[in-house]
Write a protein that binds this ligand. Structure first.
Ligand code: 8YV
Length: 311
């Protein structure tokens, strides 16, 4: 098994007990060709992450590859077309992380609107004593929440926001017959008609920069953007410009276009909450994700049905 990136120590330990494990990051980039020349023939599985997945180059370098088991629900870092072409199986980790990612989306919305991190800094740096009471913030309960992508995670966000008395609307490729939430066939219309816009769809060529300048301007100076999808869903320079110019009310961001790089212009803004791609990063969920990766690999080698097959 080739592990592409340090993910979860339990997963690494368990993989180490069951198979010969190569840790790609232990070989510096300039020595990877040599590493692959020596070891590629024995590598039958890749376990990738959202930081380093399995791109065409990696897949091409592994002639014995049978399965890519991603430690993520999102598969934008796996070249699915290449896997299909080569008959390589692909699995991901859906469902087990839905609650955590949805919790974080609501957490970011509230943290941004109620200015929780800024208020925390106000206490810690002594400003409460020296400057008096902290200023007012915006209410979250009862606001209109627009969700881009009403899949498993989008629905879990909607359910939580409903409990806060929020009105839910959404954009997706097609209307979902099983919900009463208001459907918009245009992201601009969705953004024009909500206070909080939450990105919760998969990253594909169609959804890259789905939040562009027009959408940001439609959301406007009283609107808040929350992104728990992928950085490239949002045109980041446009987002930064809108926040700096006051054309957008605020942003709660878990993901960025060029992780781990985060635009430094955002660091000084009190209406922005930044977290380092931690949507699924709880002990409980990482263990469940690791067990799914292990279960899928085991099913593959024992010729049983994969637990969460994508291909
Ligand atoms: C990753 C994620 O699991 O599942 C996803 O798609 O974005 C994250 O929860 C995490 O970054 C490790 O790959």
């Amino acid at each position: 098994v080739l592990l592409t990136y340090p993910m979860d120590s339990y997963l690494e330990e368990e993989l180490g007990k069951r198979c010969k494990l190569f840790r790609l990051w232990e070989t510096p980039p300039e020595k990877r060709q040599e590493f692959l020349r020596v070891n590629a023939a024995s590598i039958r599985a890749v376990v990738g992450s959202t930081a380093v997945g399995a791109d065409a180059e990696t897949i091409d370098a592994l002639p014995a590859l049978e399965i890519v088991a991603s430690f993520s629900v999102g598969l934008d870092k796996v070249d699915l077309a290449k896997c299909r072409e080569r008959g390589i199986r692909v699995t991901n980790t859906p469902d087990v992380l839905t609650d955590d990612v949805a919790d974080l989306a609501i957490g970011l919305a509230i943290a941004t609107m109620r200015r929780i991190p800024e208020a925390d800094r106000y206490v810690r740096n002594g400003a409460w004593k020296s400057k008096g009471d902290y200023k007012l913030s915006s209410k979250f309960s009862g606001k209109t929440v627009g969700i881009i992508g009403l899949g498993r995670i989008g629905l879990a966000i909607a359910k939580r926001a409903e409990a806060f008395g929020c009105l839910i609307s959404y954009f997706s490729r097609s209307e979902k017959p099983q919900t009463n939430y208001k459907y918009y066939s245009s992201v601009i219309d969705l953004a024009s008609n909500c206070h909080v816009l939450i990105v919760a769809c998969a990253l594909t060529e169609e959804t890259r920069h789905i939040v562009d300048r027009e959408v940001i301007d439609a959301l406007g100076p009283n609107g808040v953007l929350v992104n728990i999808g992928r950085g490239p869903h949002v045109d980041e320079p446009e987002l930064v410009a809108a926040l700096l110019e006051g054309r957008l009310g605020g942003a709660g961001l878990d993901v960025f276009e060029h992780e781990p790089h985060v635009p430094e212009q955002l660091f000084g803004l009190e209406n922005v909450v930044l977290v380092p791609h931690v949507g699924s990063s709880t002990w409980e969920t990482c263990k469940a994700m690791a067990d799914l990766v292990l279960g899928n690999l085991e099913a593959h080698v024992t010729n049983k049905p994969l637990l969460t097959p994508v291909l």
